[in-house]
Design a protein around this ligand. Structure first.
Ligand SMILES: [Ca+2]
Ligand SMILES: [Ca+2]
Ligand SMILES: [Ca+2]
Length: 502
């Protein structure tokens, strides 16, 4: 009794009462439904936790031979007809926009950009991939009727994109119809739902891994960085603001402590080894800041100002791996985290073995907010801990803090994610539109960070139980906007990608 009283002050016990019989529609294929050994158990488990669940395949949405855009249109059309009965959609299938059976959508928020230049990077970032059209089911995403969806300005306005989510969408990608991989992720998810309070105690731990993105003096295609851009500023703002109401949440920080420019905040040194080892001890939240590619993120360092000019000449900057997809099995534990990666490309659902999926598969993550493209950063002055969150622009960092804020408040992950995208980024702004579209959620969107085992109804037949155990437990922003080159809003890795190819 004493033990229980003690624990009631913890956030895991402060879980709000969930909505009554929330509806979850699982969008998949007949082939996956027939071959998956865990899908039925997963459905039974969600039902035991009070969800009303329906699995739909081409038998419902049609287009059995369709792939890519035609399939996406069929699915969206069917979802429009049933969305009133559901709150969440879990997409289970191949995300490839051309060949996929539950495809992502190609959208063009940066359609006005040149094909060979993306705000200081020599690359084509005009289009990106999104699941947003399965969430915003009311808007016409090609209002202009020119065949290109998601175009800033052209497809906005009355009747166009409204971003309001009728369904909160998450995705579990399936590659090459490998249902064994899917089954592993479903099993991980079932175990997470059934963790008891002791097993879930690790969820009160937050891990922040933050690299620099840029250093003062670094040269882009058309200009030079005027100051350092350090991810640990986001980490510290998150700690001082988002986590402030939750003293029970403990935080571990891995920042840059070595080289010619270091994080001003006290922390352990960020390395690939340290990030993996620390994460493996069990965290409910893992929030990172780093450059990213599809299957890895990178630490950007400035070991020495060799020519002592006070500037990070490009030859002085070094990029080393911070985490690779193949590292996920070294982390994977019974203690998966809600992950937000403030990085480019690591959430590329169409790429087999992408980092976000690898973390889900290894049970290092239970849900991942990740980007499918070259990610914008918000204009937030993160080092000003007293500043409110800047809302006109959008970045994975600002979506991340809003996501965690709602999650800690008891919200479902999918709703926390779409609410954040809805609240941030003004209409008509190219980078805001791009950010809203390229950030997607991987994993079951109807999970919460709070223990839900207590919600569980008596076991239906054939349900797997299982649970984890053994986890150890500046200047004013408007002035800055004028001073900073727009490239700061991009976290792209094009420079390093080019170097890697040399
Ligand atoms: Ca259009
Ligand atoms: Ca809508
Ligand atoms: Ca130098």
């Amino acid at each position: 009794m004493m033990f229980q009283l003690l624990l009631t002050c913890h956030l895991l016990f402060a879980a709000p009462v969930p909505a009554e019989n929330p509806g979850l529609v699982i969008v998949t294929t007949q082939r996956i439904k027939a071959r998956s050994a865990m899908l039925k158990s997963f459905v039974a488990e969600k039902e035991a936790h009070g969800f009303m669940v329906e699995v739909i395949t081409e038998e419902q949405y049609g287009g059995p031979e369709d792939r890519g855009e035609a399939r996406a249109l069929a699915i969206r059309s069917y979802l429009q007809s049933i969305e009133a009965d559901f709150s969440f959609a879990l997409l289970i299938g191949d995300a490839d926009p051309e060949y996929g059976d539950v495809p992502q959508w190609v959208v063009w928020p940066r359609h006005t950009y040149p094909a060979n230049e993306c705000v200081g990077f020599a690359l084509d970032c005009r289009s990106c991939l999104t699941d947003y059209l399965y969430a915003d089911l009311t808007g016409d995403w090609d209002l202009s009727g020119n065949g290109q969806r998601g175009e800033t300005a052209l497809d906005e306005g009355i009747g166009g994109i409204d971003f309001g989510a009728e369904l909160f969408v998450g995705r579990i990608p399936v590659y090459f119809n490998d249902v064994m991989e899917l089954d592993q992720i479903l099993e991980n998810t079932i175990a997470f739902m059934n963790q008891d309070a002791a097993e879930a105690a690790y969820r009160e731990r937050a891990l922040i891994g933050a690299s620099f993105w840029y250093f003062k003096g670094q040269k882009m295609t058309s200009y030079t960085l005027a100051e350092h851009v350090d991810g640990s500023d986001i980490g510290e703002w998150f700690v001082h603001n988002t986590l402030a109401p939750y003293p029970e949440v403990t935080v571990t920080k891995l920042y840059e402590t070595q080289g010619a420019a270091t994080s001003p905040y006290g922390a352990e040194q960020l390395t690939r080894e340290a990030f993996i080892q620390e994460w493996a001890t069990g965290y409910g939240m893992v929030f990172w800041m780093a450059h990213g590619l599809e299957t890895k993120i990178l630490r950007t360092t400035w070991p020495a100002d060799t020519d002592a000019d006070g500037l990070a000449d490009n030859g002085e900057i070094v990029a080393t791996d911070m985490l690779r997809s193949s590292d996920a099995t070294l982390i994977g534990t019974d203690c998966p985290a809600f992950v937000v990666g403030v990085s480019c490309e690591m959430g590329s659902a169409e790429v087999p073995g992408n980092l976000a999926w690898s973390l889900l598969y290894a049970n290092a993550a239970i849900g991942v907010v990740g980007s499918s493209s070259t990610t914008p950063a918000s204009a937030m002055e993160w080092s000003d801990f007293d500043a409110p969150l800047e809302e006109e622009t959008i970045g994975a960092g600002s979506v991340g803090v809003r996501f965690y804020e709602s999650l800690l408040g008891g919200e479902y992950a999918g709703k926390a994610f779409y609410d954040a995208k809805m609240a941030l980024g003004s209409e008509g702004k190219i980078e805001a539109m791009a950010g809203k579209m390229m950030l997607n959620y991987m994993g079951d969107p109807s999970l919460t960070i709070h223990v839900t085992r207590a919600d569980r109804a008596p076991l239906p037949e054939n349900t797997t139980t299982g649970g984890g155990s053994g986890c150890s437990t500046a200047p004013h922003s408007s002035q800055r906007d004028a001073l900073l080159p727009m490239v700061l809003l991009l976290l792209g890795l094009a420079a390093f990608r080019m170097r890697n190819c040399q």
